[in-house]
Design a protein around this ligand. Structure first.
Ligand SMILES: Cc1cc2nc3c(=O)[nH]c(=O)nc-3n(C[C@H](O)[C@H](O)[C@H](O)COP(=O)(O)OP(=O)(O)OC[C@H]3O[C@@H](n4cnc5c(N)ncnc54)[C@H](O)[C@@H]3O)c2cc1C
Length: 554
């Protein structure tokens, strides 16, 4: 069974503590720090061991029917995995955002995401189910009518004093997850209750006690505007099983501890949360919550890969030298550390925007959405690339299942897919930029950060400011719909690089952490923004259209 290179993922990560301090403030951090500390030790110990065991030993088991053929829709999870879920809830991973009595005061979502980051180091499957539960709780608390909220929120935010309910978001259908407007599940109002008919194709945690489901009430318009959002309980109010069948569990490449199933809705009783017009907006609140969770969980995975690769490279000898002393290995580790630090700076800015909207109720929703897309896009991509590169640093020993890298690499692959593919994140970024000008406040903030930099970082600040001009030109070009759509990923990368660079420079300073971040900021700039490192928008201007026609021909 793999051993972790450190005993506590919270204590070994001063950047996390620093960012939490900046975001939450000293007082709130003091309240949650003992929890984070204990959680960091659990993630580097028992949770990691249970995740490895559950991944190796047994996939979740679907008991669709009992021995007499009656539907039961039970999904059996590995006991260790279940314990990770329950213990996380008992420690307040969902509850602290809602219930002041858990830690003495309600805490912003950033505190919960701090725990999700630590869990990402060891068990991204458990993180998924807890994130779905947090997203469900958020939507129920904000949008559900009071009787529904009172019925479900206490269980979704339980710390064990009552039976804990886990959530889910069942939106994707067989015909596609990106285009939810094509959802074909229908909702009918029959004898005083809403009933759902249709098929949901990817349902993580299909045994959820309460899941959000998109469906189109009969007669509602086509497209996303006609979608309503419902809460689907596992059991009806009288305790009888609801009318749906988990047809099968997917046989997945990674995240195999978390069950992902297909569900047939056969007149399932559901509660209306938001009708057509509002439904998609409410559904997207849960998706944005999970997008940020994917971002922060991806960075937890990258940090774990970095810890493992660094420990290996320090101990391994080749050609009479420590592997860590080879310049090419150092370059790889620096790339990973710089991507991690820049990703953290961006993700925490996104969390701040999320809290401003959802916790303090005074933020800019467009800026929050833009940052959620950017952070998810960037963090999930660097997690895939970074875990693979960390595996290469460790050579063959990392390519066996006894190594934590094997699971990290397999699990990372889904990060750029679920909660919207990277293409979809990028396309949404361009839409928010072109249609809503959502980037304005973000670029202004980056400029302000650059203006405030100390003289020692003037050169770096000027380099980023120069790139901002290039970025603005590229943004202006994106107003041409065809060009913007074709180059959405280039533009999103450009925006993510420039904004992350500014945010990372803002963290640079003195003291051991400040000096480390200064070096990482310089490395990040040299790698991503030095002259020639980035192709100019003119070089993107080859629209694939005409080439594709030639290449795809017979
Ligand atoms: C392990 C796992 C668990 C999941 N759990 C859930 C869950 O619990 N609930 C849920 O609702 N869904 C879940 N999903 C589904 C997931 O959200 C979708 O897979 C994802 O949104 C992509 O949808 P799709 O797979 O249908 O691909 P499609 O939407 O068919 O996309 C196919 C390709 O087209 C590209 N594409 C689509 N639109 C555009 C565009 N506008 N511009 C450029 N390219 C585009 C995509 O990037 C992709 O490459 C899960 C998926 C996985 C793998």
């Amino acid at each position: 069974m793999p051993q972790t290179p450190v005993r506590n993922f919270y204590r070994s990560d001063p950047l996390l503590g620093h960012l939490l301090h900046r975001s939450l403030g000293a007082e709130a951090l003091q309240v949650v720090e003992p929890t984070l500390d204990a959680y960091g030790a659990l993630c580097a110990g028992p949770f990691d061991r249970e995740a490895w065991t559950a991944d190796r030993l047994r996939r979740p088991l679907l008991l669709a029917f009992d021995a007499r053929g009656r539907p039961v829709n039970q999904v059996l999870l590995h006991p260790g995995f279940l314990e990770t879920l329950h213990r996380s809830c008992r420690m307040g991973i969902v509850a602290i955002n809602y219930r002041p009595e858990v830690l003495g005061r309600r805490l912003p979502y950033t505190a919960t995401y701090g725990m999700a980051y630590l869990l990402g180091h060891c068990d991204v499957g458990a993180r998924c189910i807890l994130s779905l539960t947090g997203g469900t709780a958020l939507v129920v608390s904000k949008y559900a009518p009071p009787p529904l909220r009172e019925r479900f929120l206490p269980a979704l935010t339980s710390t064990g004093e009552r039976s804990i309910a886990f959530g889910g978001t069942f939106f994707t259908e067989r015909q596609g997850g990106s285009d939810l407007g094509a959802n074909a599940t229908t909702a009918r109002y029959e004898d005083g209750v809403w009933r759902l008919y249709g098929e949901k194709w990817f349902c993580s945690n299909p045994g959820a006690e309460a899941a959000l489901v998109t469906a189109r009430p009969e007669g509602a318009p086509e497209g996303v505007r006609g979608l309503a959002l419902f809460l689907l309980p596992k059991a009806c109010e009288d305790g009888s099983p609801n009318r749906y069948t988990i047809r099968r569990l997917k046989d997945k490449v990674g995240t195999i501890t978390v069950p992902t199933g297909e569900i047939l809705l056969e007149g399932a009783e559901a509660h209306l949360i938001a009708g057509p017009g509002e439904g998609i907006r409410a559904a997207m609140e849960a998706v944005n919550f999970s997008r940020l969770d994917v971002a922060i969980g991806s960075l937890g995975m990258l940090q774990r890969a970095l810890l493992e690769a660094t420990a290996f490279a320090q101990g391994r000898i080749a050609f009479g030298r420590r592997v860590v002393d080879f310049p090419m290995v150092r370059e790889t580790l620096l790339d990973l550390a710089a991507d991690h630090a820049a990703g953290m700076a961006l993700a925490f800015r996104a969390l701040q925007a999320f809290d401003a909207v959802h916790f303090f109720g005074e933020g800019d929703p467009l800026l929050m959405r833009l940052l959620a897309h950017l952070a998810k896009y960037r963090a999930s991509e660097v997690a895939v690339e970074g875990t693979v590169r960390a595996m290469q640093v460790m050579g063959g020993d990392a390519y066996v299942e006894e190594s934590p890298l094997a699971r990290l690499v397999r699990d990372a692959l889904v990060m750029p897919i679920w909660e919207g593919t990277s293409n979809v994140q990028a396309w949404q970024v361009v839409r928010l930029i072109v249609d809503k000008k959502a980037h304005g406040p973000l670029l202004e903030e980056a400029r302000e950060v650059l203006r405030r930099l100390p003289p020692t970082l003037q050169k770096e600040g000027e380099a980023v400011a120069g790139e901002m001009e290039g970025l603005e030109r590229a943004i202006a070009m994106a107003a041409d719909g065809g060009w913007g759509e074709a180059h959405a990923r280039h533009l999103t990368d450009y925006l993510a690089d420039v904004v992350s660079a500014a945010l990372l420079l803002d963290l640079a300073g003195t003291g051991p952490l400040g000096r480390r971040l200064t070096a990482l900021a310089r490395w990040f700039l040299a790698r991503r923004l030095r002259p020639g490192a980035r192709r100019t928008p003119q070089a993107w201007a080859l629209h694939p259209g005409p080439f594709w026609e030639e290449v795809a021909g017979p």
